[in-house]
Ligand binder design. Structure first.
Ligand SMILES: Cc1cc2nc3c(=O)[nH]c(=O)nc-3n(C[C@H](O)[C@H](O)[C@H](O)COP(=O)(O)OP(=O)(O)OC[C@H]3O[C@@H](n4cnc5c(N)ncnc54)[C@H](O)[C@@H]3O)c2cc1C
Length: 313
């Protein structure tokens, strides 16, 4: 392992550990939006988000959005989040946007029990279906993977087809999960994984995560319904383009997905070459953990935020 890789791994761990520190959270919360969070978050409310979503759709991108938040442990609060998502769906529809949703089960009350989360996500999925919208269930920490997959399967067996989920290539178990999910011909987003996981369950070496990522994408493209290749990694994207071209896999079987504000050059390049590109465009006042995960992925993001503090920057 190179010194650079070691430093990056340490940096990532340090930042992800800081997510739980209340002092850091309150400092970042107070100044973060002015200091650069706006580069990664499309606004603090739905009106601001709609302006950005419209701009992206006008450019030709597909979009999804998320009301940022996670770890809700109060039933009334979780129900309020459901109400907000119903309102968001209505507002997106009224604005003529084709934006999908991407939701986190812990934002919908997963910590209160599987039944609460199922009931809440089902309400959103049902409402989305009446508007022709799609809902993806994000994947969170490894402790939530079993229940997330279970809820996804239960939704599908109950006849909800406008729903998809996510698998993370850093987890050893992902290959098994993917095979098991294939019977649903799922709409699967494949990511590397954004949380801090121990070596007992996740590849500690980034190169192995990348290799596992390609394996997962190839498997999904060869067997699955629809594959969302969610990465900013040029080499992986080039490989997927070469693989799909060589195997005659048509563009209605896959799309690329990237995060709002990250590698916008690559996003535009793929779009101009005729590929479908979805920009995941989150918004909301509770952007702190999301921003910290983006910092952890790339030390330069911390420098970007730090530079905003310089006069005239
Ligand atoms: C649409 C989408 C949805 C996601 N959903 C989930 C989810 O549900 N669960 C989950 O665990 N993770 C999710 N992630 C995050 C994912 O797991 C990775 O942490 C993240 O995408 C960074 O990995 P990478 O594949 O881009 O590759 P990396 O190998 O980390 O990066 C490759 C290159 O991409 C660029 N890059 C990557 N990250 C950044 C960044 N933050 N800022 C600037 N440049 C960057 C750099 O040029 C870097 O060299 C999602 C990612 C995307 C794109």
């Amino acid at each position: 392992m190179s010194a650079g890789l070691n430093l990056n791994t340490l940096f990532r761990k340090g930042i992800l550990l800081a997510v739980g520190n209340p002092a850091i959270e309150s400092a970042v919360d107070k100044y973060g939006m002015q200091l650069g969070a706006a580069r990664f978050v499309a606004g603090e409310n739905i009106d601001e988000a709609i302006v950005n979503l419209k701009r992206l759709e006008d450019e030709g991108f597909k979009t999804n959005t998320t009301l940022l938040g996670e770890g809700i442990a109060d039933e009334a609060e979780a129900m309020a989040v459901v109400g907000e998502y119903i309102y968001i769906l209505d507002r997106l529809h009224a604005a003529g946007l084709k934006t999908n949703l991407s939701v986190k089960l812990t934002h919908l009350g997963l910590d209160l029990g599987e039944e609460v989360a199922y009931r809440n996500v089902e309400r959103i999925v049902e409402h989305a279906a009446t508007l022709g919208a799609f809902v993806r269930i994000d994947m969170e920490e490894s402790a939530r993977v079993d229940v997330t997959i279970l809820i996804y399967r239960n939704l599908r067996t109950s006849g909800h087809d406008n729903v998809g989920t996510v698998l993370q290539s850093y987890l050893y178990r992902t290959e098994r999960d993917m095979k098991m999910l294939m019977e649903y011909q799922p709409d699967l987003r494949i990511v590397k994984g954004a949380y801090l996981e121990p070596a007992e369950i996740a590849y500690p070496d980034k190169r192995e995560v990348d290799v596992a990522y390609l394996r997962a994408v190839k498997y999904s493209l060869a067997h699955g319904g629809y594959t969302a290749v969610a990465t900013h990694d040029d080499r992986i994207i080039d490989y997927v383009i070469e693989f799909t071209t060589r195997n005659d896999i048509s563009q209605d079987r896959f799309e690329f997905q990237m995060l709002y504000g990250i590698r916008t050059d690559l996003q535009r390049d793929l779009l101009s070459r005729g590929y479908k590109v979805l920009i995941a465009t989150p918004f909301g006042p509770d952007w702190y953990p999301y921003l910290m995960r983006r910092m952890a992925e790339r030390p330069a993001n911390l420098l970007f935020v730090a530079r905003q503090m310089l006069p005239g920057a």
